[in-house]
Design a protein. Structure first.
Length: 143
């Protein structure tokens, strides 16, 4: 058997590259240092979180949306459910304390949701407390 492409490392990016190359008809082999499943990579375990409205920057949103399409394609092709959509709560306080390295993380998340038509709600501290009583709030939070 001849191979056109060898992908070394089958984490999130390597696996995606291997899948897309094979889907396009390339003769591809993927090699990883460890046998799956393992706990030695940055993406391991039973759960993953992907956000469509992305506070790190709206330029990532089309990639995240496309990844969800690809997960659904895989489910359709294999008959195996691999992705569960759930909601998420991203909070920030009025103190301006940075979240994920950016003091504008929540605002960027909201702007991305609005720009790309992603279903969302903006909650004040009272609404967060009513829906998520497990959090102890100081009253200045938004989510």
């Amino acid at each position: 058997m001849s191979t056109e492409v060898i992908v070394v490392g089958l984490g999130a990016m390597g696996s995606a590259a291997t899948y897309q190359l094979a889907k396009r008809g390339a003769k591809v082999i993927g090699i990883d240092r460890y046998s799956p499943p393992h706990t030695l990579g940055s993406t391991h375990g039973d759960t993953r979180v992907t956000r469509l409205a992305i506070g790190e920057g709206e330029h990532f949103v089309p990639f995240a949306m496309r990844s969800h399409e690809i997960w659904r394609e895989l489910e359709s092709e294999t008959g195996v459910s691999v992705m569960t959509n759930t909601g998420g709560l991203i909070m920030s306080s009025a103190s301006g304390q940075s979240l994920h390295g950016s003091s504008q993380f929540l605002e960027t998340t909201i702007a991305a949701a609005e720009k790309f038509g992603i279903k969302h709600r903006v909650l004040d501290a009272n609404e967060i407390a009513a829906e998520f009583p497990q959090f102890v709030l100081d009253g200045s939070e938004r989510g």
